[in-house]
Design a protein. Sequence first.
Length: 165
Amino acid sequence: MATAYHNLSSYDPASVPNGEDMRVGIVVSEWNENITKAMLDGAYNTLRKHGVKEENILIDFVPGSFELIFGAKHLVENKEIDAVITIGSVIRGDTPHFDYVCSGVTQGIADMNIRYDIPFIFGLLTTDDMQQAEERAGGKHGNKGDECAITALKMIDFYRRNLEE
C-alpha cells in the first residue's frame, strides 16, 4: 500500500505555487461525515496556508460519494473556478455496493478531467474499514485533504503555465 511509504500530508512547501489568485471548489460527501469533515478541514487549511483567499474557496455538500460527480459538474458549470476537489469516503461492506460506487466515482471524475478545461482532484478514500479511513483523514498516515489541496494548486499552475507556451 502506497500510503505506508508516504505520509499524505508530507510535501515540500517550496514546491507549491502561491494560490493568491486561484479559486477552488470543494465538493464534499456527507456520508462518513467524521472522515469527510476531517478531509475538508485539511484541504481548506492547506489552501489557506498557500495563499488562497477565504472567499475563493467554494464549498458545497452532496449526500454521498456517488453524487460527487454531479456536484463537481454543477460547480464547474455555475461558478468561476480553477479546480474542483472532490472529497468522499467509501468503506468496504458486505455487499458489492463498495465496488460499484468506487468504480463509478473514479470513472466520473476521470471523465470530468477530459470534458472540462480545469483539473478535478480525486479525493475519494476507498478503505476496507473505518480505522484505515481515520488513519488517512488526519491520523497516522496524514490527511488526504492536504494532498488534494496541494494537487489542486499544482495542477492549476500546470494548466496556466501550459496555456502561456
